[in-house]
Design a protein around this ligand. Structure first.
Ligand code: COA
Length: 158
């Protein structure tokens, strides 16, 4: 089994590699639901969002791989709660992708563990992830890590 690359915080040198990984993540989801069809220029918009995550306090991106050449990533964002709830807020794992050649070697697990450390350090006690019901890899992964059902989001196309 190949040694697993260490997980680290993403830096600005990783941005183009992260955009390439995000495109693959979108390609993985495209056959699962039409909502993942991208408009021209989508990658540029995501690049801007990503740059904000790298520089801000409201989210973080973890990667595996050499600086400038990430092979996997996990992004997390803080979601403050409205002031009527006792829970101050939650975190959300917004994207997770491991390049096919690196899979089933603990990389996804290590990225999520790094994200959970970052979340706990901010005093947040609950994390959500949205997983498409038909995403077999994603469903198997999250459930193997002990994550469970919370809300069923139902949809109807008109
Ligand atoms: C889901 C994904 C991130 C998993 O990454 P990974 O590095 O292969 O995951 P790990 O090696 O850390 O797997 C941890 C455990 O999850 C489970 N698991 C992971 N992928 C699985 C799969 N395809 N089928 C069944 N179980 C799986 C296993 O129990 C695994 O432990 P094991 O290999 O010792 O049996 C990766 O397959 C991926 O990027 N898929 C496409 C994008 C995607 O679906 N992202 C998630 C969106 S919510």
């Amino acid at each position: 089994m190949a040694a697993r690359a260490a997980v680290r915080r993403a830096c600005h040198r990783d941005i183009e590699g992260l955009v390439a990984l995000w495109r693959e993540l979108m390609r993985h989801h495209a056959p699962l639901d039409p909502q993942y069809d991208l408009v021209p220029g989508a990658a540029a918009a995501w690049r801007v969002h990503l740059a904000g995550l790298l520089g801000g306090a409201s989210g973080a991106v973890f990667v595996s791989g050499e600086e400038g050449a990430p092979g996997a990533f996990c992004s997390v964002e803080l979601r403050p709660a409205p002031p009527l709830l006792s829970e101050p807020g939650r975190a959300e794992i917004t994207d997770l992708f491991v390049s096919p050649a690196l899979r089933r070697n603990g990389c996804g697990r290590a990225l999520v563990e790094a994200a959970l450390v970052w979340i706990r350090e901010r005093g947040i006690a609950r994390v959500e992830v949205r997983v498409v019901a038909a995403n077999r890899d994603g469903q198997a992964f999250w459930r193997a890590l002990g994550w469970g059902d919370f809300v069923d989001v139902l949809q109807r196309r008109l």
